[in-house]
Design a protein around this ligand. Structure first.
Ligand code: BDR
Ligand code: CA
Length: 316
């Protein structure tokens, strides 16, 4: 069985990714690394711990990752993140506090250790900025040849960004880190807005969770209804909320859910297109291409799988 590590900036769709990874019988969730992004890293880690406890999985360890981007001194939550995920990342709900705290080992060291231990069995799924992965690669470049696959949520190749016309939020947070990651030999799949804004969830699905009459079903219905309402103001053209982060987990487990193109990517790190993910003209003719970009998705297959996994988890 494959081993999965998630790297989350735990907001609402990260919370869905966490649930999906836990519920999938085809992989073992061996740990979660926290990142800054939708919230400050400490808050994101607390959210992950609380959600794991809610889902009866407090045996999964949670590690602290970077507090801010690689070459930047500090970090401030973007107003749009607070609007979409709530100030605390989990729709301003007061989740019961987990008994377990974060691990002492740093998230970066945990990732390096796991890469050496599990090698090609390891699936790494970052659904926030790529700072932790870039830091781990800097500390131990050999992990680029060890990790089985990286499936990241971030970027946009065929459509505009969501925080600027050019940039998607996760890449925008740390364009340098993302650019460094795209220039390694890591086998990598980019699951960006191209596909995640085609997999939408509506209040129809959250009503099914609420009808389960369980604590987890109610919390997740409340979380996602908040996110759906926020999407109505920020993305009025979409009918529902985008399942960004859970789609990356889904694709990590079942790559055939998406159509991909192989392309060496770069990230623009300077204005006016800072944060844009685009083909790297300098490496267009290389024969060795380790990166693929998802450009189409079988949304029905994904949504069916998503609901078939999550509903029994919330019912338990
Ligand atoms: C990404 O940004 C975050 O707000 C979401 O959690 C997702 O990972 C979408 O652009
Ligand atoms: Ca995220």
């Amino acid at each position: 069985k494959k081993k999965m590590i998630l790297d989350l900036d735990t907001g609402v769709d990260d919370a869905l990714a966490l649930a999906y990874a836990l519920a999938d019988p085809d992989c073992d969730l061996i740990g979660i690394i926290g990142s800054y992004g939708n919230v400050y890293v400490e808050q994101g880690v607390q959210n992950s711990l609380d959600l794991l406890a809610l889902l009866g999985a407090d045996d999964v360890p949670v590690y602290l990752g970077a507090q801010h981007a690689l070459h930047v001194d500090g970090f401030k939550v973007l107003p749009v993140s607070a609007q979409i995920h709530g100030d605390n990342g989990v729709a301003n709900l007061q989740l019961p506090t987990a008994k377990r705290g974060p691990e002492k080992q740093s998230g970066i060291d945990f990732l390096i250790e796991a890469a050496h231990k599990y090698k090609d069995q390891l699936l790494f799924v970052p659904t926030g900025p790529l700072t932790n992965l870039a830091a781990a690669l800097k500390k131990d470049p050999t992990i680029a040849d060890l990790i089985g696959h990286v499936t990241l949520m971030g970027g946009a190749l065929t459509i505009p960004g969501n925080v600027s016309p050019a940039a998607e939020a996760n890449i925008h947070q740390d364009p340098e880190a993302a650019n460094e990651v795209f220039h390694t030999a890591l086998p990598l799949t980019m699951v960006g807005l191209d596909v995640t804004t085609r997999t939408l969830l509506t209040k129809h699905e959250t009503a099914c969770w609420r009808a389960l009459n369980t604590k987890a079903g109610t919390v997740y219905a409340d979380l996602v209804n908040y996110y759906i309402e926020a999407y109505k103001t920020t993305n009025p053209h979409l009918h529902g909320c985008a399942l960004h982060d859970p789609l990356a987990v889904g694709v990590a487990i079942e790559p055939a859910l998406v159509e991909k193109i192989r392309l060496n990517l770069k990230v623009e790190t300077t204005a006016p297109f800072e944060g844009r993910t685009i083909g790297d003209e300098a490496r267009l003719n290389e024969t060795n291409i380790s990166t693929e970009v998802a450009v189409n998705v079988d949304k029905k297959a994904f949504l069916d799988k998503f609901m078939n996994r999550l509903t029994p988890l919330f019912a338990a």
